[in-house]
Design a protein around this ligand. Structure first.
Ligand code: AMP
Ligand code: ZN
Length: 457
């Protein structure tokens, strides 16, 4: 299996630390607002990564953290804590906010057929581990205290910014991303821990300076949780591409300064989902939620299909036409699966080709091309079904669970009329009937086994 490692900027043959086992850590959601489909693309990419690892015979220990404290507006060291701000504005407890949005996140994960991780690790459940890490970094003199917190001293850590080659870039440019905070010795320095200023809903006794109350910096939790759950180093650290610059360079600095060894061997990053060529992002106001798509009659799994059409390192433009095409393609695959035939055998030729494609840096676009090559071939339908089910372990389109919906009698009659029109080569009439079927809330797809009807949501 090959993966593009941001650490080396190369596609590398994947070798886990322990034979047959993979430790995988993925930066999870900050649970203060509804996840949008851009966020969900990242979790889909990580799900595909995990599924391809499992398809290659590995047992995967998969940790996703849940950020319920410390993530400040603007991702830097100044501004409000996103969870605190949301809870205070609503006059509720922090845990009311985090529970609500975590539940929404999990609902979206399930709808998208994303496998649940081995563990969701909540930042507030790892406060002792985070404090211990700060004390260790401090005792090794990689940190200093200011009025408002405990900061990591990036200038003492010679390798700062190695991820994505940032250390080779213009320092001026790197400075511009962090803004100026008069308390810091250097603009790249970042908060390991912040002291409470004014009343807070969530706060703890600070490490180092036990008299003050405070809370962990956002980057700290990922270092503390991943090491606690997976050891150091572990195999794969995954996340969205926007995390390379700051968040992941900071995680590396913290963990390597504390323990003098790498945090993770492979750093894998997924590209963004775009809306009209711009990153989908809450702050730009160009987001869509999964619920918006279902309200338009699309299924969550159609969005999953759309994501599969693009390899994770490519940006993907979200359009309604793209989603419509994905829904149609998904329905066609389901039509191939119905009726379910027994005794099919996996067709080795296509399985091998598919596995090679998806194992080459998760090239699901190529994997889908193999799927369609097989579906359009003259191969035995039962064998095609068996092979599709095998491939669906990676695709995750739920083909094993899918069952044709009950169809209204009038729609069935229309479908039969359309079959007759097609048999008589009356194409205009057949198209007219298709429109009528669509108007009644159904899609129709033609397969070697006849037609298949789908109820729109
Ligand atoms: P957040 O909850 O804001 O910390 O973001 C959760 C994850 O979603 C992070 O890994 C981000 O990289 C990712 N993300 C945010 N916006 C997008 C986008 N437009 N496309 C893909 N991933 C995104
Ligand atoms: Zn992280």
């Amino acid at each position: 299996m090959k993966l593009f490692n941001t650490l080396t900027s190369k596609k590398q043959v994947f070798k886990p630390l322990r034979s047959g086992k993979v430790s995988l850590y993925a930066c999870g959601p900050t649970v203060y607002q509804s996840p949008h489909i851009g966020n969900m693309r990242s979790y889909l990419f990580e799900d595909i990564l995990r599924r391809v690892l499992e398809y290659n015979g590995y047992t995967v220990k998969h940790i996703i953290n849940v950020t319920d404290v410390g993530h400040l507006t603007g991702d830097g060291d100044i501004g409000a804590d996103k969870v605190e701000e949301s809870a205070k504005s609503k006059g509720v407890k922090a845990s009311d906010v985090t529970k609500k949005y975590f539940d929404e996140f999990k609902t979206d994960m399930k709808a998208l057929n994303i496998l649940m991780p081995s563990k969701f690790a909540w930042a507030t459940k790892y406060i002792p581990e985070q404090k211990k890490l700060v004390e260790r970094i401090f005792s090794k003199k990689y940190a200093y205290e200011t009025e408002d917190g405990i900061y990591f001293d990036t200038q003492k850590f010679g390798k700062y910014g190695k991820l994505g080659g940032l250390n080779k870039r213009d320092p001026e440019e790197m400075q511009s991303r962090t803004g100026v905070d008069p308390d810091k010795k250097h603009p790249f320095d970042f908060a390991l821990w912040k002291f409470s200023i004014g009343p807070r809903l969530q706060e703890w006794k600070s490490p180092v300076d036990h008299k003050k109350m405070g809370f962990p910096g956002w980057h700290l939790e990922c270092s503390a949780i991943s090491t606690e759950e997976l050891g150091q180093p572990f195999d794969i650290h995954a996340g969205g591409i926007d995390h390379v610059t700051t968040h992941h360079n900071n995680e590396i600095a913290q963990s390597e300064a504390a323990y003098g060894k790498p945090l993770a061997n492979y750093w894998i990053h997924g590209e963004h989902l775009l809306m009209k060529d711009t990153k989908m992002s809450k702050s730009l106001g160009n987001v869509a939620l999964l619920a918006d798509l279902t309200a338009q009659g699309f299924e969550p799994l159609a969005f999953r299909y759309l994501v599969l059409t693009s390899q994770y390192r490519n940006r993907l433009n979200f359009t309604e036409d793209g989603l419509e095409a994905a829904q149609t393609a998904l329905n066609k695959l389901r039509a191939v699966m119905a009726p379910r035939l027994k005794g099919g055998k996996v067709i080795e030729k296509y399985q091998k080709k598919f596995k090679t494609a998806v194992s080459d840096d998760l090239n699901t676009a190529e994997g889908l091309a193999v799927v369609w090559e097989m579906v359009k071939s003259k191969a035995d339908v039962a064998d095609v079904q068996a092979t599709l089910l095998d491939m669906d372990q990676v695709l995750g389109l739920g083909l094993d669970k899918w069952k044709p919906a009950k169809v209204d009698k009038t729609v069935l009659e229309l479908a039969e009329k359309r079959e007759q029109a097609r048999a008589n080569k009356e194409w205009a009439e057949s198209d007219r009937i298709r429109d009528e079927i669509n108007k009644k809330g159904y899609d129709i797809s033609d397969t070697p086994n006849g037609y298949q009807l789908f109820k729109r949501q």
